[in-house]
Design a protein around this ligand. Sequence first.
Ligand SMILES: Cc1cc2nc3c(=O)[nH]c(=O)nc-3n(C[C@H](O)[C@H](O)[C@H](O)COP(=O)(O)OP(=O)(O)OC[C@H]3O[C@@H](n4cnc5c(N)ncnc54)[C@H](O)[C@@H]3O)c2cc1C
Ligand code: FES
Ligand code: FES
Length: 489
Amino acid sequence: MNSLRFNLNGAWVEETGVSPTTTLLRYLRDRRGLTGTKEGCAEGDCGACSVAVVEQGEDARPVWRAINACLVMLPMLQGKHVVTVEALRSPDGYHPVQLAMSKALGSQCGYCTPGIVMSLFEASYRTDLDAPWKLDDQLCGNLCRCTGYRPIREAAQAVAGSCPEDRFAAQLEASAPQGMALAYEGEGQRFTTPETFEALWDELDAHPDARFVNGGTDLSLEVTKRFALPPKLVSLEGLQALKRIAVVDGVVRVGAGVTISELESFSERRFPSLHRMTRYFAARQIKHRGTVGGNLGNASPIGDLPPALIALGATAVLRSRAGERRLPLEDFFVGYRKTALAPKELLAGVELPLVAPSARAVSYKVSKRRELDISAVAASFFVDVDAQGLVTAARLAFGGMAATPKRASTAERALVGQPWGQAAVEAAARAIAADFTPMSDHRGSAPYRLLVAANLLRGFFEETRHDRQPALRPGHAATVQALVEVAHG
Ligand SMILES: Cc1cc2nc3c(=O)[nH]c(=O)nc-3n(C[C@H](O)[C@H](O)[C@H](O)COP(=O)(O)OP(=O)(O)OC[C@H]3O[C@@H](n4cnc5c(N)ncnc54)[C@H](O)[C@@H]3O)c2cc1C
Ligand code: FES
Ligand code: FES
């Protein structure tokens, strides 16, 4: 099909000839005159471009989700419903979120307001934002430089979970999944969305130079910031098999197409250490689009999932027409932004063993800001201890310390076989210097990174002394602050 088709503000639109790397933001503003959706940064940081789309929720029911229009390419919306701020007002008046923002005096210059309203729009149809931190989390991808966040939070509190029974609720019910299958060409660029693996392998045979894309939160930056025009993209978003999380024989398989938001809710009870990392990952709009496959596939040394998954003993599952192969996740990263993937092979997902009750596992992220920031150092630790109190297994995984996500093998050796106590932890913390020669950059100097890494291990010991799997408590800020203080010595 050589046309793009999606539902915009209640009406189906069809487009041909447009470049497939056109972002929704540019399309709305330049081609549709819908300038309510603002451009602040064009890189996912400010939320001024937030719009709402219908996605499949956990129980396969359709849900409204706020996303960044600056990071989504038009073909990624194939068959989907999109709502922009312009559609919120009806002949009967303003939407409840607009009224709440107005009542709370939540807007001054107004530049951020449409984006904030769209994040609140999602919040109004959600029933799970039942704690103050969840409201903050819902808004952490929206910056406002004038108003201050108190009135905006008041508006959020007023509307979250109010579930207005209006035309948007009706639109959800009526928005049966349309299928995303697409083979589109425009302005000399090609974008395909296969819905079966057979179709994917055929596309890769015909176009071996095509690049994978999933949520596009990483790859879109090449378009918006470097003005690149990737000639051939294959979206993996149509492959339902990659979107599943399944537990089989004590192993959890997480598909590469699972979003960070989905991983966050799944991991809350089963993998608290992974859940903690996902809490501090980007912002809500990015987590709704960004995927596990994209986070591992970009092989960034400062990605947050690699250390968390490596520490949990993850296995990478690679798939091609020839079948599947598996390797320890740490071996998936073979160099700076390089993976072990062969041509025409994709990451299908990761497999995680369940965490034994005797094990301790915690993740830490150290960044300049708590919300929506990239790690200077990310660390994830797993230690199993036998009935005698001896360490039987240790996986200490770091991001931001080397050209790839990496385990601290010398430090691990200093722990295994030793009593889990201050002396072994101190020896391991000192050994970290032998494992890494980190770089100095704007996020942190090499000595800072080494000190943080060692202190995080010390903090891990302190935190798990009395509670093997400490989860973030509602007053998480205090916990994080304490850890930052530990990290700074
Ligand atoms: C403002 C902002 C904040 C961010 N904050 C964080 C953060 O806090 N922590 C963090 O870790 N990251 C962060 N990111 C980076 C990014 O959002 C994540 O890495 C996200 O998980 C990428 O997933 P995606 O599906 O959007 O990837 P895409 O952009 O679709 O793809 C990224 C790369 O992975 C490849 N790829 C995708 N899927 C596969 C697959 N199945 N097999 C093989 N290769 C594949 C693509 O070819 C591409 O090279 C941030 C990004 C932005 C813009
Ligand atoms: S324009 Fe800033 S997040 Fe999209
Ligand atoms: S009201 Fe001006 S940026 Fe928020």
